[in-house]
Design a protein around this ligand. Structure first.
Ligand SMILES: N[C@@H](CCC(=O)N[C@@H](CS)C(=O)NCC(=O)O)C(=O)O
Length: 261
């Protein structure tokens, strides 16, 4: 089912949803929508994998919130008042502002301890933090293979991407990176893995079931979790957005299936 412009759909009854999820992206010159005292707000962009990390946590913990989508090519001035770097995600509630996806998620974990996403065992937690930090490597090679026009750099980026993903294949021991239940590390890796088949198509990366059997099974399990069900987008939407991004002309208003907003 595709959205087609309607703004009043019945699925908005869901607790973690807000009418503003459906809004188009605020751009340069748009007024800042007034804050409601006590209400948590997420500044986001519909296709942003970093913001998806925070949306996954918000949905998992069923935290009531509203979403303001922002056009990141023509940013409203007020975005820089929230985050001097002008990046999303940003969380705002009354006079508190938090940004950077990992910090936003940690903040939510501390503020809303129900349905914990971090393991209590210090060693498991430390091992997860290592894998989380190493993901920077995956992102660096991923962005370099996708956005360079230099064929050699593209190839090197793809090889590095494959190598760095192999670590996540080896390290996946249980059902999830978090153990038997979905956890923070799963949510921090997921947005890029959700796009991996699209990325493979674009870059020629061989993310096959034969090469990555455990991760491919994990992907199927992740799709069964409520947070992924609520935030995942179909491959064709990712493909359309990534193509627009690679053409240096990001299209923030690509139609999104209504059930996934
Ligand atoms: N390190 C940041 C990265 C966030 C980020 O790069 N977000 C992108 C959107 S996916 C953004 O805001 N881009 C705007 C820009 O680069 O000016 C985080 O983890 O939150």
């Amino acid at each position: 089912m595709w959205l087609g412009g309607s703004k009043q759909l019945p699925f908005l009854q869901g607790k973690a949803r807000s009418v503003l999820d459906l809004d188009t992206h605020k751009f340069h010159g748009s007024a800042l929508p007034p804050l409601t005292p006590g209400r948590l707000r997420l500044y986001s962009m519909k296709f942003c994998p970093f913001a998806q990390r925070t949306r996954l946590v918000l949905v998992h913990k069923n935290i009531p919130h509203e979403v303001i989508n922002v056009n990141l090519k023509h940013k409203p001035k007020w975005l820089f008042e929230k985050n001097p770097k002008g990046l999303v995600p940003i969380l705002e509630q009354d006079n508190r502002i938090v940004f950077e996806s990992l910090i936003c998620d940690e903040y939510l974990e501390d503020m809303y301890p129900e349905k914990p996403l971090r393991p209590s065992d210090p060693y498991i937690k430390a091992r997860q933090n290592i894998l989380e930090g190493y993901f920077e490597q995956v992102l660096r090679s991923l962005y370099s293979t996708m956005f360079t026009r230099n064929p050699e750099k593209k190839l090197r980026g793809r090889e590095n991407l494959l190598k760095s993903l192999e670590i996540y294949e080896t390290e996946l021991e249980g059902k999830f990176y978090g153990g038997d239940e979905v956890g923070m590390l799963d949510f921090h890796l997921w947005p890029w893995i959700e796009r991996i088949y699209t990325i493979s198509h674009i870059t020629g990366l061989e993310f096959s079931v034969e090469k990555f059997p455990k991760m491919n099974a994990w992907i199927q399990r992740m799709y069964q979790t409520p947070a992924v069900k609520a935030t995942a987008l179909p491959g064709e939407v990712h493909a359309a957005f990534l193509k627009s991004l690679m053409d240096r002309s990001p299209n923030y208003e690509i139609e999104v299936p209504a059930s996934r907003l």
